[in-house]
Design a protein around this ligand. Structure first.
Ligand code: DQQ
Length: 534
């Protein structure tokens, strides 16, 4: 491993070295959190995939264990790919995962803990019956597109259901299987859901959310006040999309409330980098927690040189927004225990063209919350109805482009002379009698090294700035900027590789480059303690 490692994280999950991708089988067992992930034991690029395993009491500090699942049977001899855990009604966890067989077919396998009295669940036993589900000429499943089983759920008829990602030509599918005993599975005639022309659906996730509370719900819950979320990872775009809808327990059909994932306009968990995500129900704290993989934005050569690739986002609490139209996401409360050395700032007016430094913290490893109240909207520019692509709008109007109301927000991982910075900001536009809020994460100036992907990200934020404050939180961690707008209505995660703004040389600013002035009502910032991860 390279000795100079300015991009390794302080409190985001990552292995000591090598390649990591999808989060797998997250769960809580006997009060201990388990996290598995796709891992290459032999290098910093994808390959030789096993399930690596870590446990934690707080989802922040982790103890690494030996690999839980690695190739050993014909049914997984060419790889142990993604899958999920299900806690059976008797409290026993089981794992369903995709194995790559000797013919490179994708099949579904099961593993169970060898010793249930061990809370660390170090040993996993694969069923001798594996594979439990496989592509055949009769079921006409595409053998190279049949993977990533979800957490299973039990219907009122007592039978288990699980979905598996697939495709037929360009049509994406969530193939449904049912089982009475969790071992013998039968493919249902109809998929749970499908999407025209989306390409492969990887890592589906299907879970209930409560209509009237932010508490999480177990996958098999039969409450009447539920909506369902179907999330898909689209191989074509490498983004995670979700819809909110209704699940008919009798017919086993899912109908999205509105919209579909047929194109790039679906709702996203994150408008930056965040893929192959998966949730689990935490019965200790009655919440649903989302894990997502954040890959690198650097070149493969750079990954090999630094000896590692891939990090996990801070686990997020997810629940249904009161509008019922989208999810809200917020970093788990436990991460706030890492906060030390506050560098707060009193509320003030941020005049057009101003920039104030937030001092007294380690700005390369920090948690920042800022909020704005706008009282004068006169300077807001008129929204052009042709602006349908927020990401494009953010890249055309980056942080250095002066506007009316905005850009205002944070400049993070900034070098002293501003040669490098990443800007997370808002712009407010006037649209008839209302306002449109745009949230951007601009990486175009994040590094002097041009080998990195510095794409700008953006999304529209459903906040009414006349009546509500406009808030932003950014979790900054050396090469990660994970931002939450409007209390978790829009999340944008970016990877950046500054060459000057590293460690003690990184600075943090609040800024307003618009002509109109904005009120900064809160600015709370903390250095973050290093977590024990591996
Ligand atoms: N990664 C796994 C697959 C999955 C993909 C292989 C998504 O099971 O479809 O490492 O990133």
């Amino acid at each position: 491993l390279k000795t100079h490692q300015p991009y390794r994280t302080g409190y985001h999950f990552q292995p000591r070295k090598n390649w990591m991708n999808d989060p797998n089988g997250p769960m809580i067992y006997k009060g201990l959190y388990h996290f598995f992930y796709q891992y290459n034991p032999h290098g910093a690029v994808w390959g030789n995939i096993v399930w690596a395993h870590s446990t934690s009491t707080d989802l922040v500090n982790w103890t690494p264990h030996k690999y839980a699942i690695s190739p050993s049977q014909p049914a997984d001899i060419n790889g142990c790919w993604s899958g999920s855990a299900t806690i059976l009604p008797n409290g026993k966890p089981v794992i369903l995962y995709t194995g790559i067989d000797p013919q490179n077919k994708q099949v579904q396998n099961m593993a169970v803990p060898k010793n249930l009295s061990d809370p660390f669940l170090l040993e996993w036993t694969k069923l001798s019956q594996n594979p439990l589900m496989e592509p055949t000429t009769i079921n006409s499943i595409n053998a190279s597109s049949f993977r990533d089983p979800t957490t299973a759920w039990q219907g009122t008829d007592g039978r288990w259901r699980v979905i598996i990602g697939s495709k037929i030509k360009r049509k994406g599918l969530a193939i449904l299987y049912r089982s009475k005993d969790f071992v013998r599975w039968t493919k249902a005639q109809h998929p749970l859901h499908s999407g025209k022309n989306t390409g492969m659906w990887e890592c589906p996730d299907f879970f209930p959310v409560s209509i009237n509370s932010s508490t999480g719900v177990d996958t098999s819950s039969i409450s009447k006040t539920l909506k369902y979320v179907l999330k898909l990872s689209l191989d074509d775009t490498k983004h995670d999309y979700y819809t909110i809808g209704s699940y008919n327990r009798e017919k086993d059909t899912y109908v999205p409330d509105k919209g579909s994932v047929d194109n790039d306009s679906g709702l996203r968990y994150d408008y930056g980098k965040f893929y192959a995500s998966k949730t689990f129900f935490d019965n200790a704290k009655n919440r649903r927690i989302l894990w997502g993989w954040i890959n690198e934005s650097s070149s493969v050569e750079h990954d090999i040189e630094k000896g590692w690739s891939g990090v996990q986002a801070i686990p997020r609490n997810v629940w249904l927004d009161k509008s019922g139209k989208q999810l809200l996401q917020w970093p788990i409360a436990e991460i706030e225990k890492q906060r030390i050395k506050p560098g707060h700032m009193s509320s003030r007016e941020l005049k057009g063209g101003s920039k104030v430094e937030v001092g007294g913290i380690t700005a390369s490893q920090a948690d920042v919350e800022i909020s704005f109240k706008i009282s004068d909207f006169k300077k807001a520019e008129v929204f052009d109805e042709s602006w349908s692509n927020p990401q494009l709008l953010c890249s055309q109007r980056g942080a250095s482009v002066k506007g009316g109301l905005g850009p205002f927000g944070l400049m993070v991982l900034a070098s002293k002379g501003m040669e490098e910075y990443t800007a997370v900001f808002f712009r407010i536009f006037k649209r008839q009698t209302k306002y449109v809020v745009l949230m951007c994460s601009d990486q175009s100036r994040s590094s002097l090294d041009n080998d990195n992907d510095k794409t700008t990200y953006g999304a529209f934020l459903d906040v009414d700035p006349v009546h509500e404050k406009l808030s932003l939180r950014s979790l900054i961690d050396h090469s990660i900027v994970e931002s939450f707008g409007g209390g978790g209505k829009v999340c944008i995660t970016a990877r950046v590789y500054p060459t000057l703004a590293i460690d003690g040389e990184a600075h943090l600013y609040a800024f307003n480059k618009g002509t109109g002035s904005v009120g900064m009502t809160t600015l709370r910032a903390w250095s973050m303690k290093k977590a024990k991860i591996n």
